[in-house]
Design a protein around this ligand. Structure first.
Ligand SMILES: Nc1c(NC[C@H](O)[C@H](O)[C@H](O)CO)[nH]c(=O)[nH]c1=O
Ligand SMILES: CC(=O)[C@@H](O)COP(=O)(O)O
Length: 152
């Protein structure tokens, strides 16, 4: 079971697509490198719409985890903080609700465009790595339970 394929759903925001499309490419490549399968890519208008799409993918029996990808660029107001803080909380809540890993590949809030570009690689690969590791470790815990002291 623990060696079973990890099936991934990706939710990516189209806002700042010059950045997020590169994040999607990088995340997809890293999933393949890890031997995981991307079952679905759900594109949403902006980061604020990510939680509903995450909920949709989590409800599918053929998806073990969801990766979120977005770039929140600082504007003149605190609107970026409203989006970033709320979405981070909501996707974490959904992960607990469905007992499936949901990773945070959302750059910002408070990022400049340049800072976001600098973070494409790190945020994309980290989000995939985290979700895949969590799926595999949850499987170990459920299979071995009390006999497994360290789950890694
Ligand atoms: N400013 C950014 C947004 N704003 C759009 C919202 O996410 C949302 O789509 C809109 O408010 C309609 O509900 N989205 C980003 O992903 N990044 C931003 O920098
Ligand atoms: C994060 C955003 O939605 C951004 O476009 C908001 O810009 P502003 O704070 O200038 O309204």
């Amino acid at each position: 079971m623990q060696d079973q394929l990890v099936r991934i759903g990706i939710v990516v925001a189209e806002f700042n697509y010059d950045i997020t499309h590169l994040m999607l490419n990088r995340a997809t490549a890293h999933a393949k490198f890890l031997g995981a399968e991307v079952k679905a890519v759900f594109k949403v208008p902006g980061t604020f719409e990510i939680p509903l799409a995450v909920k949709e993918l989590l409800s599918r029996n053929d998806i073990d985890c969801v990766i979120t990808l977005g770039a929140i660029i600082k504007g003149e107001t605190k609107h970026d903080e409203v989006i970033g803080n709320q979405v981070a909380r909501l996707v974490s809540d959904l992960s607990l609700e469905y007992s499936k890993p949901v990773s945070l590949g959302i750059i910002g809030p408070g990022a400049t465009h340049e800072q976001a570009v600098e973070r494409i690689e790190e945020y994309s690969t980290r989000a995939v790595e985290s979700a895949v590791k969590m799926v595999r470790r949850i499987r170990v815990n459920r299979e071995k339970g009390e006999s497994q002291v360290t789950i890694e």
